[in-house]
Design a protein around this ligand. Sequence first.
Ligand code: SAH
Ligand code: SF4
Length: 391
Amino acid sequence: MSVVGQALVGMELVDLQAALGQAEPSFRARQIYDAIYRRRVTDLTAISNLPKNLRARLAEEFPLGVPQVEQRYDSVDGTRRYLLRLSDGKTVETVWMPEGERSTICISSQIGCPVDCKFCLTALMGLERGLSAGEIVGQVLRIAAENNLAANPGRVNVVMMGQGEPLLNLPNVIKATRLLTDPAGIAIPTRRITLSTSGIIPKIEELGREPVRPKLAVSLNASTEEQRRELMPITRKYHLKDLIEACRAYPLRPWEKLTFEYVLLGGVNDTDADARRVVRLLARLNAKVNLIALNPGPGIPFETPGAARVASFQAIVKGSMPCFVRKPRGLDVYAACGQLKRMESKEKTHLGLGRGVASPSTNPMTHFTASRYMAWMSGRSHTSSRWPNVE
Ligand code: SAH
Ligand code: SF4
């Protein structure tokens, strides 16, 4: 039985075989798999090792399923935020962050997000729907095609840190991970793919049982149960204490550390006492910490802490475990962590930055020119050049 209308991207080999049906020898499915995922063709009629009639059948019966670029927003730091159009007309955001030989693609797992963290712009969208495995993989294929990765592969990391809570879409995220990592296809090594979660405890346990899974990062973002409940209401359902337990039980691979992300909110969760509590919380875990100074946005009622505060927090955590400060990328085009909300450039002017980071007159998002933005960025001296810290 053929699965007419279903996109090819997102199909594993067995799905392709089933979709082609008995009429085709099984090596045809392997040829198509190779063309889509390893050679990354973006036009089905260009698969030249297939007979003409099969190419015509493919083009007629199956959409390829690589999303189209609806809009691209270029940051002066080289980051590109893409608004990609999916087959049902909905759009999703994906971010491309080149950094020398090492580049990162930040992909979305859902359109919007249901989790409601108080510091995150994506939360303001609510959840529209989850993405299919093909729509998750399609983001990587589109970014690879747009940025000519085939000619210039370098080292690519994928982070599931765009829109959405990946563990609330786990089956599709896992299928996408199998497709992204398959050595016969896209072939991105597992250790270069990171999934970030707000802490959906039962799903963390489920993820741990998957044979092919990305590295795990957990958004901690608070140092006490009460504080986390305020900032991340999901904590009312999945308590911080139980989250740490689930992390302790998580089956790390020999080369793996658990990453904890911590968004620093000025005057809220960024004191030295918070840092000491974070150290105690994570004490018995094989962990590293990535600090993210808040990326501001309209409707986000928090401030970015100053460089000295971030440095002090980092110094305390660093005394006990690896701790990095994540360098913000693409702030001027709303491409940084927690900023993905289909923002148009005209909305930039509503942004304000927190104390100690930049005065309004140097705010790159209200007055940015390339040189001014770069100067402002270098003023955020607490930011490391290693971004994101995905080994
Ligand atoms: N939903 C997942 C992954 C997407 S969010 C999660 O929450 O982990 C990716 C990261 O961006 C998370 O660590 C989140 O805490 C962080 N983040 C969200 N809003 C932010 C903001 N305004 N500034 C900086 N980081 C933010
Ligand atoms: Fe969703 Fe993550 Fe944003 Fe929380 S931080 S609302 S989980 S995308």
